[in-house]
Design a protein. Sequence first.
Length: 109
Amino acid sequence: MEKTNVIIAENSLHPELRNLLLEKQEGYLNTDILSMQNYLLRTARASNEESELLLKVYHTVLEHRDSLTALKESAQYPFFAMELVSFLKEMASFSIAYESLPESTQIQK
C-alpha cells in the first residue's frame, strides 16, 4: 500500500493546486489536497481506529497469554500489544502472510 501525500490548503486553492500537479508528469496520484479541517478530521478518525485496533489486540493477547511460551510475562503489558500491531503492519506492508511465518521450534510458535 503506497503512502498518500497530503497538501493542506484553503478550499479556494484546491483547483489551482490540482492543475499544478497535473502539469507534472506524475500528476497527483497518491496525493490528497485537504483543508485543515478535513485533515484534522481524517487524523482523528485514524487515531480512533488505531486505538480500537490496539485495544482489540491487547485483549486478544491477554485472552491467549497462557498459551504463550517465551513472551508470556511480557504479554501483560500494553507495550507488547503496541509492538505486535507494529509487527503486523510491517508484515502487511511486505505482503507477508501469517501462514508463511516459521513454526519449526517452540519459540517460533
